[in-house]
Design a binder for this molecule. Structure first.
Ligand SMILES: *Cc1c(COP(=O)(O)O)cnc(C)c1O
Length: 396
């Protein structure tokens, strides 16, 4: 990576071919190297095959390598690994730990991450303590066996905001890894490594892909321990084999080209919708960190370049929430987030169905809570859709 590349603004970085590989024809779009293996030029003795840099696609592939170089550049990391899904990335990450290790996690995480910890990692001897990183005393949860802090900011779906610089100081003082799932804001709005994180996770299925048409995930390493962590994770990566395919790597590369304009529009729309929902009598609470009254607003202004396109709101009753979900048309009732289309999710039966009841209660995640992933449609059309949906839900 050249000095210029490192210094460009994030919109420009999204357009770079950060990898060293160039094809013979100068194609602007990175070719899809749809191959499982690579032919060696020869062999130099028993120790060393004369490879052209690639041997087998599970280990590395030119298309995926381009994508990984772009991601490392966008997050300011020393390395990025692309996985078949976000969960595959988190699964490999958890293999860094040994039986007996203890990890402090946020109580309000993506439901699939909580399920992985409970269903797989506990069985393998890891222990977890769930806290609210935005409010609780982190130091009080640290034990001699604690190895890492694991969080999202803003959280999913309750939008708690954690001060990353503050938590990273605690991690450093106690020799803990700081792991941040940055899916909600994407590297366009937030770069946790610059604030002291060691490992950044992404579900590329969301904003990076951006079109609700494929799945992917990343682990990005950085900071002082970046080289050591990337060496360990690369070994696990090639061993476990949950890598991203060449075609899906190409789709995510293509998504990243428009990340900046999509995220700007989604945020602009989210701000307008948050303002509208605040004034609606059926809505009892709007959680959007871009609203000045949100408790995380000032922290977000310091540590991120924007507030994102995700917002959560609570309606007057369970029945009303169900009616809203039944009446949407332009807005899709669907799981997932970060695509061009606006999606409405019901966390209690969808993304967070497997989260233990006590955690849901602690977070105030009730059956009146709806989560909106704001897309890039015209904001007035989205607000008109809400007007129509609320009116129809009143009448029933
Ligand atoms: C979706 C999501 C994941 C899991 O990613 P998949 O690509 O669905 O496996 C992890 N973390 C967050 C914050 C997510 O939104």
């Amino acid at each position: 990576m050249s000095k210029e590349e490192r210094n460009y603004h994030i919109e420009t970085k999204c357009q770079l071919k950060a990898g060293a590989h160039q094809d013979a024809f100068g194609s602007l779009s990175v070719p899809i190297y749809q191959t499982a293996t690579f032919e060696h030029r020869g062999i130099r003795g028993v120790q060393h095959a004369d490879s052209c840099g690639f041997d087998y696609t599970r280990v590395s592939n030119p298309t995926r390598e381009q994508l990984e170089a772009v991601m490392a550049l966008l997050e300011g990391g020393n390395d990025a690994m692309a996985f078949s899904t976000g969960m595959a990335a988190i699964d490999v990450l958890m293999e860094l730990f040994q039986p007996g290790d203890h990890i402090i996690v946020d109580g309000d995480l993506y439901g699939g991450s909580t399920r992985l910890f409970d269903l797989v990692n506990r069985k393998n001897g890891l222990t977890f303590t769930a806290i609210d990183f935005s409010e609780d005393d982190v130091c009080a949860a640290i034990r001699p066996q604690t190895k890492a802090l694991y969080l999202e900011t803003p959280t999913n779906p309750m939008m708690h905001v954690t001060d990353l610089a503050k938590v990273s100081r605690i991690a450093r003082e106690h020799g803990l890894l700081l792991i941040v799932d940055n899916t909600f804001l994407s590297p366009y709005f937030q770069n946790p490594i610059a604030l002291g994180a060691d490992i950044v996770i992404h579900s590329a299925t969301k904003y990076l892909g951006g079109h609700n048409d494929t799945l992917g995930g990343f682990l990005v390493t950085g900071g002082e321990r970046g080289l050591e962590l990337s060496a360990k994770l690369r070994e696990l990566y090639k061993t476990i084999g949950s890598c991203l395919s060449p075609f899906d790597s190409w789709l995510i590369l293509r998504g990243i080209k428009t990340l900046a304009v999509r995220m700007d529009r989604a945020q602009e729309n989210a701000m307008k919708i948050a303002g509208y929902l605040k004034t609606n009598p059926h809505v009892t609470r709007v959680l959007y960190p871009g609203l000045p009254e949100h408790p995380g607003y000032e922290i977000m202004k310091r540590q991120a370049r924007g507030f994102g396109g995700m917002l959560t709101f609570e309606v007057e009753s369970t029945e009303f929430a169900v009616r809203v979900l039944n009446h949407v048309e332009l807005i899709h009732f669907a799981e997932s987030l970060g695509g061009t289309e606006t999606l409405l999710t019901y966390p209690i039966t969808q993304t967070h169905a497997d989260v233990p009841k006590e955690l849901l209660e602690k977070n105030g995640l009730t059956d009146r809570v709806l989560r909106l992933s704001v897309g890039i449609e015209n904001a007035d059309d989205l607000i008109a859709e809400f007007e129509r949906v609320f009116a129809a839900s009143e009448k029933e």
